[in-house]
Design a protein around this ligand. Structure first.
Ligand SMILES: [Zn+2]
Length: 309
């Protein structure tokens, strides 16, 4: 049976801590390097629900994508939600290790797992890591489809292949447009619009897209439709769902290492949905946009003072 320090060394080889963003907090949060490890659980979020699952499973190590503490703290009192997580872990001799932005940019990393779940062929990173001479590491992935799909079909595939969440998949853009190339980024992809535009792909699948960047992106696309090639559609999935496929990939990587070294680890992936959004009430069906009416036939609208707009 390997010691925690040996398993952590193997994880650090997959996702070196120095490749994490400077603001990030990755690595081992809880754990005695000397303790033995026989059972490992992978999950996206280090929340109490997941820690309770690790206890039930008899895990010795919990590996999560999201950090427990991103900033410093002055308390791990069990009265706080994060403190309670720490207490539960220590009481049950469970170590916690985090691989976050160092797993995002890894080869293979979070977006490779997302692309794999959707059967997309990865061509290159969306934002290559300049420190990688081979150009294989980086943020997001530019992918190709073996057979072109419409935006509607791609969204349906994402809804079917990614783990179910209350949110499902939101789409912006023409649902009947053809998609041959798609950029994907697990987690919040808001900051990557410039790179997506530059990549000239037909669609961008990510999570946490906000109103203004999405709206500007779509308007920009319409404006430049007659000129340069530009992205056609946005697909927005639940943050948790876009990162969960990485847990399966990472578990398979550790399982392979365990086999090679004859560690005999039992590696599990949590299927507990920890997306914070738990319900989705659909509005009345959205009426399709009316065809553009020539200006001459527009009936003047009398504004009612004080009417809501
Ligand atoms: Zn995330």
């Amino acid at each position: 049976m390997p010691r925690l320090s040996e398993v952590i060394t193997a994880l650090e080889n997959l996702w070196p801590a120095e490749r994490a963003e400077s603001w990030d907090a990755v690595g081992t949060v809880v754990g005695d390097p000397e303790q033995e490890v026989s059972r490992v659980l992978f999950a996206v979020d280090p929340v109490q629900e997941i820690v309770d699952e690790a206890v039930k499973l008899g895990a010795d190590l919990l590996v999560t994508h999201h950090p427990l503490y991103l900033r410093g703290t002055t308390t791990v009192a069990a009265g706080t939600f994060k403190g309670r997580v720490v207490h539960t872990l220590i009481k049950h001799d469970i170590a916690l290790h985090v691989a976050h932005t160092n797993a995002d940019t890894a080869d293979p990393g979070v977006s490779d797992a997302l692309a794999g779940a959707l059967d997309l062929r990865v061509v290159r990173p969306l934002v290559p890591d300049p420190s990688d001479p081979e150009g294989r590491r980086g943020l997001g992935r530019v992918c190709e489809l073996d057979h072109p799909l419409t935006v509607r079909e791609l969204a349906a595939r994402a809804a079917e292949r990614l783990p179910a969440t209350a949110q499902g998949i939101r789409v912006a853009g023409d649902r009947e447009a053809t998609v041959r190339t798609v950029a994907v980024s697990g987690g919040s992809g808001d900051s990557l619009f410039d790179h997506v535009r530059a990549a000239g792909v037909d669609a961008f699948l990510t999570a946490d897209l906000r109103h203004h960047p999405a709206s500007e992106f779509i308007a920009d696309r319409a404006h430049s439709a007659h000129g340069t090639h530009s992205p056609l559609a946005l697909l927005d999935a639940a943050h948790w769902a876009t990162e969960w496929p990485w847990c399966e990939l990472a578990a398979a990587q550790l399982d392979e290492i365990s086999d090679r070294r004859e560690w005999g680890l039992r590696v599990h992936v949590s299927r507990t949905v920890t997306d914070p959004w738990t319900a989705h009430e659909a509005s009345a069906p959205v009426t399709p946009a009316a065809p553009v009416t020539p200006a001459t036939s527009v009936t003047p609208v009398t504004e009612t003072p004080g009417a809501p707009n």
